[in-house]
Design a protein around this ligand. Sequence first.
Ligand SMILES: NC(=O)c1ccc[n+]([C@@H]2O[C@H](COP(=O)([O-])OP(=O)(O)OC[C@H]3O[C@@H](n4cnc5c(N)ncnc54)[C@H](O)[C@@H]3O)[C@@H](O)[C@H]2O)c1
Length: 311
Amino acid sequence: MSSVLVTGGAGFIGCNFVHFLVSEGHDVAVLDKLTYAGNMKSLEGVKNKINFTKGDIANRSDAEKSMKGCDIVVNFAAETHVDRSIEDPEPFIRTNVFGTYMLLEAARKNNTEKFIHISTDEVYGSSDSGFFKESDPLSPGNPYSATKAAAEHLALSYANTYGIDAVVTRSSNNYGPYQNPEKLIPKMITNAMKNRPLPVYGKGTNIRDWLFVEDNCSAILKVIQNGKSGEVYNIGGGNEKKNTDVVKTILRILQKPETLIHFVPDRPGHDFRYALDIAKIKKLGWKPKHSFEQGLKKTIEWYANNTWFWQ
Ligand SMILES: NC(=O)c1ccc[n+]([C@@H]2O[C@H](COP(=O)([O-])OP(=O)(O)OC[C@H]3O[C@@H](n4cnc5c(N)ncnc54)[C@H](O)[C@@H]3O)[C@@H](O)[C@H]2O)c1
């Protein structure tokens, strides 16, 4: 495969994708602003094999310079924490919307072969039943998902208007190594390891579909290889779980008591359930390999062996 620019490659999914591409022998460049969510140490094992630039996707010159010599762009860079977007949407609009626009412009100038834009299942909004298909209308319910919806519309509009080969992936909630401990699964694992209370929003009945990050990486590679320009692909793990069930499974694996669970007031506008129909990406020859229990065991083992990351 040609040379790949991974934006946001020092973040959770981005760094897993960089490790994955390097292990498969690909040429990789990374552009990352190193916000609170980016961590150079996550790239320690591959730092001599990649070309890293500290920079901002919302800065035209950073976007243009880092894209030179790359044939494929995978845009993971984003502000991603819903709670932060509720407190202050501005950085989300700047990075997620304006930053995506800057990258698309740079891709247009650079004649980039393929632009893979990483979006989220949150753009569909919440649904009590059924599974979202790629053709369903979007109904984002918080500032984070609204900026993600805007960004993917822009990417698809560039495919339609300027003929850029742009593809969007919408994945469900990822979990696995290198995830910031402010997110649900690592927060619960690390709190449980320290015998601290596990804060669960509301009654813990909200439902998410959990996707092990390695499965997402293999799906994105499949989309690079076989995805069609202008198309959207859902990527789900087929593991729908209530938050309380996620937390109880973590406590069971770590052999900790359920009395550590501590219910806290719900997040405003908290979407109840996301669920994806993944028939379309299955037709490209991909399906998730990890059950929730398998992925969670690997994740817990990683946090136990890598306390430098979170302590
Ligand atoms: N984590 C999930 O469960 C999930 C699910 C679906 C979709 N996504 C999407 O996947 C992508 C990656 O998510 P993540 O969880 O790895 O995020 P993350 O917050 O862990 O990492 C984001 C990375 O982007 C970098 N970044 C932020 N602003 C930047 C800017 N202006 N210029 C350059 N770099 C910048 C940060 O430094 C960080 O390294 C995001 O686009 C997110 O919307 C995530």
